[in-house]
Design a protein around this ligand. Structure first.
Ligand code: CNA
Length: 239
């Protein structure tokens, strides 16, 4: 296992760090991921999470979609952990140019990060499917059943459901940031979901750091591999 001092040195030497993360970044904030042993795949639901978070399921079973969504995807009380905080500090110090996340929880922004590419959208933005009126996450949290707009339309979270396409501007911005990176840190992601795997596979830069508790298909591509809890690791980093 690589020593935290190696990570510190890499960060000290870099000026254009890009961080690419997934659900594992927020587990230390109390939000379960999908694939860890205590992740949502291992909890008892009638359908796997990726079915319940699919476009088809949203259209066919909106009531059940929102039951799961309110129960598991709206942890509005969650607070950023040291990984979110240190990444925000690195940006403020002018060393990090972007965070790219597959998460939808908004914790990077809550920690103070400004340049965040949210590949899968955010629970904090919700729109009426008929008139486009905006609603915040608190509104969804406080409704029951299918949340409806004043105009009667169903309100949909601005979250990319399975079967929906990703926002091309967000994808392009994320790809550009990765192209400019002098250090790419990938953390808390199983790297089995598109486009995460693609971003890492296409990285042509010099230094790739991978921080993940479980093995990923890209471990052998990493220049430095940390099999650690990411919050714990980042809490030891000096900005
Ligand atoms: P995943 O497939 O569940 O993988 C998470 C990975 O993180 C696993 O390989 C774990 O070993 C690792 N991990 C968990 N906790 C830690 C930790 N503290 N330190 C280091 N490693 C850790 O999740 P992915 O993000 O790779 O991809 C799948 C989906 C999950 C994405 O589309 C996300 O949108 C979605 N998701 C997001 C959230 C959220 O917004 N917080 C929560 C649950 C799922």
């Amino acid at each position: 296992m690589t020593d935290v001092r190696v990570l510190q040195q890499l960060i000290d030497q870099s000026r254009r760090i890009v961080f690419f993360g997934g659900a594992g970044v927020s587990t230390e904030s109390g939000i379960p991921d999908f694939r860890s042993v205590d992740g949502l795949y291992h909890q008892k639901y009638d359908y796997p999470p990726e079915t319940m978070l699919s476009h088809d399921f949203f259209v066919r079973h909106p009531e059940e979609f929102f039951r799961f969504y309110r129960d598991k995807m709206l942890p509005l009380q969650a607070k950023p952990n040291p990984a979110h905080q240190k990444l925000a500090e690195l940006e403020q110090a002018g060393k990090l140019i972007a965070v790219i996340t597959q998460n939808i929880d908004g914790l990077h922004q809550k920690a103070g990060s400004q340049k965040v590419y949210e590949l899968h959208g955010s629970v904090h933005r919700n729109y009426c499917t008929l008139c486009g009126k905006f609603y915040d996450a608190g509104f969804i949290r406080n409704t029951q059943g299918i949340p409806r707009c004043d105009c009667g339309g169903i309100i949909k979270p601005d979250v990319v459901l399975y079967g929906e396409s990703l926002d091309s501007r967000v994808m392009e911005g994320a790809a550009r940031a990765i192209d400019q990176a002098d250090l790419l840190i990938v953390g808390g992601t199983s790297l089995v979901v598109y486009p995460a795997a693609g971003f890492v596979a296409n990285y042509r830069g010099e230094k790739l750091v991978l921080i993940n508790r479980d093995p990923t298909p890209y471990d052998s591509r990493a220049d430095y591999l940390f099999r650690d809890s990411i919050g714990e690791l980042f809490s030891q980093i000096q900005v």
